[in-house]
Design a protein around this ligand. Structure first.
Ligand SMILES: [Ca+2]
Ligand SMILES: [Ca+2]
Length: 377
């Protein structure tokens, strides 16, 4: 549930994230809530409080507490004395490490204590579970990331604690990791691995409902985004290109039988066409490599390992002005359409200058004809 303020914030955040970020917090929801009933007979008191925040901020700490009591004697023979006191103490701290559009860590601590203290004919209830103490952070990973996540879920007397990471699978928020699978749903957890790219929802909460007794719950976690340890070195030759290849960048994608699992854009080349990228993904993949006007090339399979992986040099075919991954008549049409444009003055449509000579001229038509019919392999 997003209010207009958070949507406004999101719009700004996405504008920043489009170019720079691998992992972005997209929303935050925090809630503290309790309700109480205490007393006896006609001297019964009810009430509660609710605090919410949608603000995405580096650090957030908040608490709610309540205590009140009543006592007296109910009429009767013999008279029936009573005392009833409801109290609660709710608090949380949530922290985002690193810049909001490219965070490197998330942590949260939640504590909930609820007590109903009674004697005689009094009763005291304190509800703070539905959940009563929650932070939910949603984030997007533009690329897969290695992570470690430690934490603890605990309760005393009958509380509820939960730390759950969910991933959007296109239909539902499937469970990625959860403390609910611990024995008795409590204890320490220590998770690590690779988070695929996608949208995540990380919820942490503690809650308790006390009925003439005392109950508490605690939940905390510390999520760290780790450096990507898989280094892929490669070399491309940009076919039919005159300037230094260090003027160009390429896009490198990792693919497997499930499709594209990682995309690295703006990969720089040196003058010899050497490049190096890092990824969180090990195991069997192939590379799909594309340049501005160079048809995508799919390599052989590589079994990527943590550390340095050297791949075989490849040559990319030039001539794909419109990025369709095929060199055809439409590309020649575009060269003709921009014929004569150059870097000196006026418009200059760089993709039509296939050979990078700084001018769209006959040699660019030659490049498209030479490679006519080239398609993504
Ligand atoms: Ca094309
Ligand atoms: Ca040219």
């Amino acid at each position: 549930m997003l209010n207009s303020k958070s949507l406004f914030f999101l719009a700004g955040l996405f504008a920043v994230s489009a170019t720079s970020s691998a992992q972005v917090i997209t929303s935050r929801y925090s809630k503290l809530n309790y309700n109480y009933v205490y007393g006896a007979g006609g001297d019964t008191h009810t009430g509660g409080d609710l605090w919410e925040s949608f603000l995405v901020e580096p650090s957030s700490t908040h608490g709610l507490s309540f205590i009140d009591s009543t006592s007296g004697t109910l009429p009767g023979d013999p008279p029936r004395p009573y005392f009833a006191e409801s109290s609660c103490d709710l608090s949380f701290t949530t922290q985002i490490t690193g810049a909001l559009p490219s965070f490197t860590g998330l942590s949260s601590v939640h504590n909930t204590q609820c007590t109903g203290n009674v004697s005689g004919f009094g009763s005291a209830l304190m509800y703070s579970n539905n959940p009563g103490n929650l932070t939910e952070l949603q984030f997007t990973l533009a690329r897969p990331r290695r992570y470690s996540m430690t934490g603890n879920a605990a309760q005393v007397g009958g509380g509820f604690a939960d730390v759950t990471v969910r991933k959007w699978d296109g239909f539902t928020w499937g469970i990625f990791q959860t403390s609910l699978f611990l024995p008795g749903s409590v204890g320490n957890f220590n998770w690590a691995g690779t988070m695929p790219l996608g949208n995540y929802k990380l919820a942490s909460s503690s809650g308790a409902n006390a009925f003439d007794d005392s109950r508490s719950a605690h939940a905390d976690y510390n999520l760290q985004i780790l450096p990507s340890p898989v280094v892929i070195n490669g070399r491309v030759t940009l076919g039919d290109y005159l300037p230094s290849m260090s003027n160009e960048t390429i896009t490198v994608q990792l693919k497997n039988n499930f499709g594209v699992v990682d995309t690295i854009t703006n990969v720089p080349l040196d003058a010899s066409g050497n490049f190096s990228v890092t990824t969180a993904l090990a195991g069997w993949h192939w590379l799909r490599v594309r340049g501005l006007t160079w048809v995508a090339h799919n390599t052989v399979w590589y079994n990527l390992v943590d550390g340095v992986n050297n791949t075989t040099a490849i040559t990319l075919m030039n001539g794909d002005v419109d990025g369709s991954n095929e060199v055809d008549a439409a590309d020649i049409d575009l060269v003709i359409q921009h014929f004569g444009e150059n870097t000196g003055s006026g418009p200059y449509f760089r993709p039509a200058d296939l050979d990078g000579s700084t001018e769209v001229d006959a040699s660019d038509i030659d490049v498209a004809i030479l490679n006519f019919g080239a398609t993504e392999n």
